[in-house]
Design a protein around this ligand. Structure first.
Ligand SMILES: NC(=O)c1ccc[n+]([C@@H]2O[C@H](COP(=O)([O-])OP(=O)(O)OC[C@H]3O[C@@H](n4cnc5c(N)ncnc54)[C@H](OP(=O)(O)O)[C@@H]3O)[C@@H](O)[C@H]2O)c1
Length: 343
């Protein structure tokens, strides 16, 4: 089969091209072989390809060359190991996350995939696979209520854009932050948020957010980029901040003066979705149930960026992500499998 194989880490992931590798077989540990129809490159794939992700750590990591790149995918169950005891059958449309997704086939653990809900396209399921964290952050952690004003940083990104959509679906007013005016223009056109504010070096974003909220500040900040100090400045009294990521910090973390929290009676909560799920599988299932219901009802729609077809375009997709051209989710169509799926 064709796959994006990392023989050695690369400086520039946009240079990656597919090569021929043996097709995997399902086995006791990875009992489901999925033929991939779509995959969705994300920031972590760039770091994996460059050897800069914590998973590449020579001592503690598990992702070392040679390996097949990629994580989020959708596809069709192609074959099943006799050891498998679950409910999936050959021909079922599934989506999931497992290393090795930038390929024509991937062998996965039973818990790595779920059935695509009948009314959802495989493309949309693939785009939304990694974003259940948005539902968890908005509904379970920030406990956003109808009428709340919610500020989202990194709102053009996969997680940020999904946070905006979930908060809007709950009846909140959403202010999205964008990296530049060009992106902001497209986000105003496509994202259905109440306002888009451009992040700047000079701190004007705080004035703009305070202006938009008539000096009151926002009830909730969902911080995907690492801007807790500005988040506190934008916050209303007894507001809450959820720290989700540090996309803009380049590895250098912020210091926060605790008196600023006291003055606003602010709550700051960190949230790590993967760890939460490992520690409490029941809550994870609740999150997936709520998230999938929102998707199936049409309240939550995938925001797709551009059109990418074939594994030979993975490099372009990763290059566009690295250059911050993208807003929403990139999905690469690997194969047209609708006729092979049980619909
Ligand atoms: N807590 C959790 O469980 C969890 C789960 C998944 C992801 N995360 C984290 O959440 C963050 C967002 O993830 P994502 O998948 O949405 O990433 P993404 O698609 O790459 O989006 C990140 C966004 O941050 C903005 N940004 C600002 N400065 C940036 C910089 N120097 N480099 C890159 N982007 C920059 C970009 O928007 P503009 O260009 O418009 O500024 C971009 O759209 C990441 O830090 C990720 O590790 C956390």
């Amino acid at each position: 089969m064709k796959a994006i194989l990392i023989q050695d880490y690369v400086a520039d992931p946009s240079s990656l091209i597919p090569s021929e590798v043996p097709t995997p077989r399902p086995h006791a540990d990875r009992p489901l072989l999925v033929r991939i129809s779509h995959c969705s490159p994300q920031h972590a794939d760039i770091l994996h390809a460059q050897g800069k992700h914590q998973n590449n750590n020579p001592k503690r990591g598990w992702c070392h060359p040679p390996f097949i790149l990629g994580y989020d995918f959708a596809g069709v169950v192609d074959s099943i190991s006799p050891s498998y005891t679950g409910n999936l059958r050959i021909g079922d449309r599934v989506f999931g996350a497992s290393i090795g997704a930038f390929a024509e086939y991937v062998a996965v653990k039973a818990e790595a995939v779920r059935k695509v809900p009948p009314r959802l396209s495989s493309e949309a399921a693939c785009a939304m696979e990694g974003q259940a964290v948005s539902y968890a952050a908005v509904v379970k952690v920030a406990k956003v209520l109808p009428g709340d004003t919610v500020l989202v940083s990194g709102a053009s990104g996969g997680l940020g854009s999904a946070c905006c959509t979930v908060a809007k679906a709950l009846g909140a007013k959403v202010i999205a932050l964008a990296g530049d005016e060009g992106k902001a223009k497209m986000m105003r056109r496509d994202m259905g948020v109440n306002a888009v504010v451009v992040v700047d070096e000079g701190g004007k974003l705080v004035d703009e957010v305070m202006g938009l909220t008539k000096g009151r500040g926002v009830d909730v900040v969902l911080d995907n980029t690492g801007m807790v100090n500005d988040a506190i400045r934008c916050l209303a009294y007894v507001g809450r901040i959820v720290v989700l990521g540090f996309a803009a910090r380049k590895g250098v973390m912020e210091s926060v003066k605790m008196n600023k929290l006291l003055l606003k009676s602010a709550t700051v909560t960190g949230y790590r979705f993967g760890e939460g799920g490992r520690r409490d599988p029941e809550v994870l299932e609740e999150i997936w149930k709520g998230y999938l219901e929102m998707m199936e009802s049409g309240k939550l729609k995938a925001m797709l960026y551009g059109k990418y077809e074939g594994l030979e375009n993975i490099g372009k997709a990763l290059g566009d992500l690295a250059a911050r051209k993208v807003y929403g989710k990139v999905v690469v169509k690997v194969a047209d499998l609708e006729d092979k799926a049980k619909l």
